[in-house]
Each structure stands twice: as C-alpha cells, then as structure tokens.
Write a protein that binds this ligand. Structure first.
Ligand SMILES: Nc1ncnc2c1ncn2[C@@H]1O[C@H](COP(=O)(O)OP(=O)(O)O)[C@@H](O)[C@H]1O
Ligand SMILES: [Mg+2]
Length: 253
C-alpha cells in the first residue's frame, strides 16, 4: 500500500544557519494492507517531514514513494484521494459546529448525503462524539478537537491513513479511543502509518516499528526483533545507543 524508496528531504539553508538541513535521508520502507507501521523517533528526527512527503504536501528532494500504486511525484492527485492525513497543525474553523466540519469535508470528497450521514454516525460512536457534534469548534477541548480532526481526516474511509502523532496531547480516555480506532482500521484491511515520539505507544499500536533518528531509519521490525538485533533491554536504550554512537561519530570526525 505504501512503498517508499530512498525518500529524501533537504530543506534549503536559512540565512542565519546557512547550512541545508537534511531532514530525511534515503528512507525506504513499506506498509502493507492491514498493517500499522509506526515511525518512532525523538523531536526533529524527521517524522513529520516524512509523513508530509507521503501525503504530497511536501515534495521530496529525491527518491519517491508509491501509495496504492500511485507515485507521489507523478500522480499526487490520485495519492490524495487514497489517503487520510492527520497533521498536528490543522486548525478547525472555530465558527463551524463539529458536525458541520464533518459534513463539509465529506461533501468535499464527494460523498453522497446518506452515506455521509452514516459515516458521521459511525465515527461519532467510535470516538464518543455524540455529546459535542452540535457544538462550535471554538468551544471544544483539545481532546475533542483532536477527535474531530481525526474523524475529518478519515471521513471518506480511505484505504491508507497517515497520522502524525495521533495521540499526543490526549488524555488517556481519548487516547484509548484513538488506539481502538486504529486497531479497527487494521482489521478493516487499511494501511496505517503513524508517527510518535512516545515509545510505549509505538509498541501498543504498531505491527512494525521504524526507528528514525537524525532523518535516517536505523532499525525496523517488531519491538522484540529490534531489541534482539540491538541487544538493548528496551526501546529507550536503543535511542540512547543511537545518540551515543552519533555523538562519538561527530567527535571523531
Ligand atoms: N520548514 C523547514 N525548514 C527547515 N528545516 C526544517 C523545516 N521543517 C523541519 N525542519 C528540520 O527538519 C528536521 C526534521 O523535522 P521534523 O520532520 O519536523 O521532525 P519530527 O516530526 O520528527 O519532530 C529538524 O531538524 C527540523 O528542524
Ligand atoms: Mg513532528
């Protein structure tokens, strides 16, 4: 469903730090139907950049990926139709009610009215949104907004979901609803790629984890596969190992 080949993004240097930033370098991985793949890495690892490239909101410097067989660079329009993209910095129109937001995006995707109503009902029950669907978005709590955002991004029931930090900033209950939803999507045969900097979450959510550090994919597999191959006792130790190796590398040259 998703297949990335040497995906690379170099941001042009800013005037002050006039050094181009290699945010993501030669990233190759795949995520199949019915699979959840977590990109796990600390702040600045390149997670958002990777997901934005996959969602076609950012053009790769080199390399590419296919989503449902469509090439990102050659066929962005088709890619956009196949994905739901949740990003941290989308804001909701405060003056619209939550239900209106979902209706608006559903119509934008060309959903037929009765199908859209059914879909909203389904998502409202999955995310326990019934009590606030009639509220204006500027009246909603952070967790409620995140639910509306998530529902909005999957309103058209896409086969591929790209979720940037889907549970960060959520309380445990909301977070649990999101976890349940992602598990259901996997059962429905969707490909889900998500990012997180929160290690326990990666293992809870994902079939496979890709450890991203400094824009590079260092390890990949289930948590236990990664622990066996690195000899670490937990994922935290994997990151400490990586940070130590990189520091030594910089010190020596
Ligand atoms: N628009 C941008 N211009 C220049 N550098 C950027 C830009 N966006 C991100 N970066 C840099 O790219 C790297 C990866 O960032 P990002 O993809 O946001 O990481 P993450 O989501 O894992 O925290 C960081 O070093 C960040 O400073
Ligand atoms: Mg990010």
């Amino acid at each position: 469903m998703i297949q990335a080949q040497q995906l690379t993004k170099v941001y042009p240097g800013s005037r002050r730090k006039n050094r181009p930033a290699e945010a993501v370098v030669d990233l190759s991985f795949r995520c199949d139907a019915g699979e959840t793949y977590a990109l796990l890495g600390p702040n600045g690892a390149g997670k958002t950049t990777t997901l934005r490239m996959l969602a076609t909101t950012l053009r790769p410097t080199r390399g590419t990926a296919t989503v449902c067989g469509h090439d990102l660079v050659e066929n962005p329009q088709e890619v956009r139709r196949s994905i739901g993209f949740l990003t941290g910095n989308t804001s909701l129109y405060g003056r619209l009610k939550a239900r209106e937001v979902l209706l608006y995006f559903g119509r934008l995707y060309g959903l037929e009215e009765s199908a859209l109503a059914g879909r909203i009902e389904y998502l409202a029950s999955v995310f326990s949104m019934d009590t606030f669907l009639g509220e204006r978005c500027d009246k909603l709590s952070q967790g409620m907004k995140q639910k509306v955002n998530l529902a909005r991004s999957v309103i058209h029931d896409p086969p591929v979901m790209i979720l940037d930090e889907p549970t960060s900033a959520l309380d445990v209950i909301t977070s649990q609803a999101v976890v349940q939803f992602i598990r259901q999507c996997r059962e429905d045969g969707k490909a889900v790629i998500l990012s997180t900097h929160f290690m326990p979450e990666a293992n809870k959510l994902a079939d496979r984890i890709g450890i991203l550090h400094d824009g590079r994919l260092h390890h990949e597999g289930t948590e236990s596969e990664i622990l066996v191959s690195t000899g670490a006792k937990d994922l935290e130790e994997v990151f400490l190992q990586l940070a130590g190796t990189l520091e030594r590398g910089q010190a020596s040259g």
